[in-house]
Design a protein around this ligand. Structure first.
Ligand SMILES: Cc1cc2nc3c(=O)[nH]c(=O)nc-3n(C[C@H](O)[C@H](O)[C@H](O)COP(=O)(O)OP(=O)(O)OC[C@H]3O[C@@H](n4cnc5c(N)ncnc54)[C@H](O)[C@@H]3O)c2cc1C
Length: 328
């Protein structure tokens, strides 16, 4: 049990609790999203001691050296003095320019942003509601080309942020957008390398961005996209992907449906299984895996066992917070 000091107040972090748990228990307003160390919404700063190494996760070296850490990953090992995030530094205001459905449960959101050059297709950002509710979403376009960020947001049953985006966020509204995060993006080296893109649901968002980026750089190796969903009606951008495949002979697109009968032109089964059975040897391939965390975890191992180097496997697991507690 260790004391946490924040400005003039003090609270206790109980055994087994993370710093985030303790802050939320005391109703201290702090942004958080996945609670799994991925979205980096809950970064706080230690003003006295060096935070435990695990709690600094994948933060940038500059943040690590200034004592920043992820509150959701920190089990304190001694008393700490904390500074809560100064969000003006990390968020900038975007303006919604498109808000419309892509299919029955997926929404297209396009946000105009001033410093679009900083963002890369396939990375993710945290979007924030005015009450501080924060969630991560992946970038589905090439931001610098249009000065916008495109997102595909799936409505979760009783999902607080996704329902708000679908029902209430309108064209003209402003919304805070974090700095870009994540390493899941295209690098224009080794243009002859094969690229395998596997995604479920809105996992298509980062993959569509990466695909557009690779094509715009004249990637010459094969690019194969497998996009899967349980039902046919939950897939989207099918015609656009087919058109791209017609225009670019090195690109192929395989939509997959895992339940019921697959219509003509679709594979019956899971996208990851279809992709891996079509590729027995992934030596020297670059692999991108986005969407359901179980799919990402399993496929990462299998791609490695089929010869892909770990450094060539890029993952974005769409971790959803298991915490149903309203944040504010
Ligand atoms: C790096 C990263 C990138 C992401 N990119 C995207 C993206 O591009 N598009 C996108 O749509 N989402 C993306 N997500 C997920 C997104 O951040 C939110 O978690 C998601 O939109 C749900 O938020 P919510 O506030 O609507 O739901 P919450 O209010 O947080 O509620 C979620 C609730 O649903 C329950 N639940 C958990 N899993 C499911 C499920 N599969 N179906 C139904 N209910 C479930 C949970 O128990 C929880 O109680 C990403 C996540 C991460 C970490």
């Amino acid at each position: 049990m260790f004391d946490l000091t924040i400005e003039n107040s003090r609270l206790t972090c109980r055994p087994g609790e993370t710093v985030l748990d303790a802050l939320l228990r005391e109703n201290i307003n702090i942004p958080y999203g996945c609670k799994a160390g991925v979205c980096q919404s809950c970064v706080v700063q230690s003003l006295d001691i060096k935070p435990p190494e695990k709690a600094q996760g994948d933060l940038k070296d500059t943040l690590k050296s200034s004592g920043h850490f992820l509150a959701c990953q920190c089990h304190p090992e001694q008393p700490m003095t904390l500074k809560l995030p100064n969000q003006a530094v990390r968020f900038s205001d975007g303006i919604v320019v498109v808000s419309e459905p892509l299919n029955r449960n997926t929404h297209l959101l396009i946000i105009q942003i001033n410093d679009a050059d900083r963002y890369k297709a396939g990375q993710f950002v945290n979007l924030q509601r005015s009450d501080g509710l924060t969630r991560s979403y992946s970038i589905a376009n090439i931001p610098h080309a249009s000065g916008t960020l495109e997102f595909h947001i799936r409505r979760l049953q009783e999902g607080r942020f996704s329902a708000w985006v679908h029902d209430e966020l309108k064209v003209g509204h402003s919304i805070p957008v974090s700095e870009p995060q994540g390493k899941c993006f295209y690098l224009p080296d080794r243009r002859e390398q094969g690229i395998l893109l596997i995604g479920t649901g809105t996992g298509l968002a980062p993959l569509a961005g990466i695909l557009a980026d690779a094509l715009s750089h004249g990637h010459s190796g094969p690019i194969r996209l497998f996009h899967g969903s349980r039902d046919h009606d939950d897939l989207y951008r099918i015609n656009e992907m087919r058109e791209l495949a017609e225009q670019h002979p090195n690109f192929s697109y395989t939509p997959c449906v895992s339940s019921g009968d697959a219509p003509k032109g679709f594979i019956q089964g899971r996208a990851n299984e279809a992709a891996l059975s079509a590729h027995t040897d992934l030596t020297s391939w670059r692999v991108f895996l986005c969407g359901h965390p179980d799919m990402v975890r399993t496929t990462q191992k299998q791609a490695y066992l089929k010869g892909a180097k770990l450094a060539d496997i890029y993952c974005d697991a769409f971790v959803v917070s298991a915490d149903p507690t309203p944040q504010s």
